[in-house]
Design a protein around this ligand. Structure first.
Ligand SMILES: Nc1ncnc2c1ncn2[C@@H]1O[C@H](COP(=O)(O)OP(=O)(O)OP(=O)(O)O)[C@@H](O)[C@H]1O
Length: 598
């Protein structure tokens, strides 16, 4: 029973309140209990005053108590609201910190792609954006307000015991039934079903398409403005329909609730009235009991369940994710040092499919990459080129087969140490809203290395090292796609200067102009001369410069050799090369200089 209670989302929510901020958490509870008790105290003070008037006693003490209670009732409400808002923000921060740690903690990335975790991940990421319910700072206030009412109702019931034992029981049962009936009707739950969440997500997505700058160009170009607005309003209408349907579920339980409440109150007030008429209940006590009998009604309806569900859902989601993400993103950890210098790579019988995917990306891949050499990997879209780079970074482990680096199984090496030996430029490289210096060397590097890496990437005149690469900061600036790519290249080249022995370049020049590409690629080759380089590219002008080229198809290497060897072979590489060659010829720029684009 206790275990079941502790497993409930509501219980977890209350546990997090004090953990998020002990002082605010304690203050929140104290204020809650005091505020809850005040209406009952006020009723007792009123009865005391009436009695004092009847008996001709001094009125100072009862009036003082009434005044104090009244003032406290007025003052404590805004104080409690302020405490709730602050505490709610701390709870948000606590959950955000926990989620951030759970996300970045595992050495792998499988936990971020696991479909079984995606629903919790969505709730945990979005709970404070106000799309699926009020943000946490408001929710904590709603919960506070509802709990104050609940405590107020219970305090009134306790006082009502002074009249007769059954009256508070009947009233508490009747008013509690309103919660039970409404909860059973599923109103709160039905407002938050997977279908409602999906409708919410679609509506939000369409809305973001309309208002975010990213999509602005193509929306206009393809004449999609009206389509987006229509889509948004349709999805939102569907969302409202679902929510309205959920609200209508309330109708019948509401009638039942009213019936129960009317009967229970009728009974208690009939008992109070007849006791007063019979002279068994003097006026001062009647005043108190009549007030508290009304006060018990504070238990009713309210938004407690709704507010609690909203506030507790992200807490429960984060607490489920914390233990689930670690194993989903886990990688067995080795303890061998990762060595130094250029890396030799040997792939033997490599098989790999993504978690929850049926398709094998690699199906017995064999490949050796000598230390200090450069290898270009080509193949059709989806052939597995980026996946190979991710496996070499050890973001996933192969299903079977081995990846050997310098003769050691990659799994036997210390993961963090290995990653310091790898530098990579991925297609979706990181753009940090930080100064250029931090974008090139996030973990820090001597200024001379940063400048040299920027020069190698053809980005030495982009901006001052301390210029923030983001707009909206006053001191910031944004870069073009190609300029950003140069920064990402500089980051990898800087890592080489810091000792990385393997460089993975996944379409590193895709966004560069032809002239820039030709010039930069020579410099990249020089800068990576002493390390092992794997270049993934569809641009054969770049690929041909590698020592060897491998063609990936159906999860295996189907051709391997130098540009000349593969051209002479007349196979896949030759076909792809010739196809591209038909579209490009040697370009001559305005200064008469010729650039070899193939
Ligand atoms: N995170 C993922 N989860 C499931 N499947 C994935 C994931 N990433 C890639 N895939 C699948 O794995 C296969 C190989 O993808 P990969 O990105 O390695 O191809 P690629 O050769 O780099 O393609 P491209 O030339 O388009 O960049 C594809 O079929 C892709 O759909």
């Amino acid at each position: 029973m206790v275990r079941r209670l502790r497993g409930r989302a509501e219980w977890r929510f209350f546990g997090v309140l004090v953990r998020a901020d002990r002082r605010l958490g304690v203050a929140w509870w104290v204020l809650l209990v005091v505020r809850g008790a005040l209406p009952a105290v006020f009723a007792v003070a009123m009865g005391w005053l009436v009695g004092a008037v009847q008996r001709g006693e001094g009125l100072g003490a009862p009036l003082g108590l009434m005044g104090t209670t009244f003032v406290l009732l007025q003052v404590l409400t805004p104080v409690h609201q302020a405490v709730s808002a602050n505490l709610g923000s701390r709870v948000s921060a606590y959950l955000n910190d926990a989620l951030a740690k759970a996300c970045v903690g595992p050495p792998g990335i499988g936990h971020l792609e696991d479909p079984e975790l995606s629903e919790d991940l969505t709730v945990a990421r979005e709970f404070d954006q106000g799309q699926t319910g009020p943000p946490m700072y408001l929710n904590v206030d709603f919960v506070a307000g509802s709990l104050v009412e609940l405590v107020g109702g219970i305090a009134s019931a306790v006082v009502l015991f002074g009249f007769t034992w059954w009256a508070p029981l009947v009233l508490v049962a009747a008013w509690s039934a309103t919660h039970w009936l409404l909860r059973e009707s599923g109103v709160w739950k039905d407002r938050n079903t997977a279908e409602v969440r999906a409708a919410q997500r679609h509506a939000t997505y369409a809305y973001e398409l309309a208002v975010e700058p990213d999509a602005a160009k193509e929306l206009r170009l393809f004449g999609l403005a009206d389509w987006t607005v229509r889509r948004f309003t349709e999805r939102r209408r569907r969302l409202f329909e679902l929510q309205y349907a959920a609200t209508r579920l309330r109708e019948r339980p509401m009638v039942w609730s009213l019936l129960i409440v009317v009967v229970a109150n009728g009974l208690v007030f009939w008992a109070l009235g007849s006791a007063a008429i019979d002279g068994r209940l003097p006026l001062d006590r009647l005043v108190v009991f009549a007030q508290v009998a009304i006060g018990v009604g504070m238990i009713a309806f309210g938004g407690l369940n709704w507010a609690l569900d909203g506030a507790a859902a992200p807490v429960a989601a984060v607490q489920r994710l914390e233990p689930a993400m670690a194993p989903a993103g886990a990688l067995s950890t080795g303890h061998r040092p990762a060595g130094a210098g250029p890396v030799e790579i040997g792939l033997r019988g490599l098989r790999f499919s993504y978690p929850q995917a049926d398709r094998q990306v690699f199906d017995g891949l064999d490949l050796t990459i000598p230390a200090g050499s450069s290898l270009a990997v080509v193949g059709q879209n989806g052939a597995g080129k980026t996946t190979l780079a991710k496996l070499l970074c050890r973001l996933y482990d192969p299903g079977s087969g081995t990846i050997r680096v310098d003769g050691n199984d990659l799994r036997d090496l210390d993961v963090d140490a290995w990653r310091t030996r790898v530098a990579a430029v991925f297609q979706d490289f990181l753009k940090l809203e930080l100064p250029l210096r931090d974008n090139v060397a996030p973990a820090g590097a001597p200024e001379a290395d940063i400048r040299a890496a920027l020069a190698d990437a053809g980005a030495d005149d982009l901006a001052d090292l301390d210029t923030r690469l983001a707009t909206g900061y006053g001191d910031g600036t944004d870069l073009s796609g190609g300029q950003w790519q140069r920064v990402a290249l500089a980051r990898a080249l800087c890592a080489v200067r810091q000792g990385a022995g393997l460089v993975l370049l996944d379409e590193p020049t895709a966004q560069l102009d032809v002239r820039g590409e030709a010039a930069i690629f020579d410099r990249i080759l020089t800068a990576t001369r002493d390390v092992t380089t794997i270049l993934i590219s569809h641009r054969f002008s770049t690929v041909r410069h590698a020592d060897r080229i491998c063609v990936l198809e159906h999860g295996r290497v189907v051709e391997l050799g130098s540009h000349d060897e593969l051209m002479a072979l007349g196979g896949r590489y030759r076909t792809m090369f010739d196809l591209q060659a038909q579209r490009f010829t040697a370009e001559v720029d305005e200064e008469g200089l010729s650039y070899d684009t193939l």
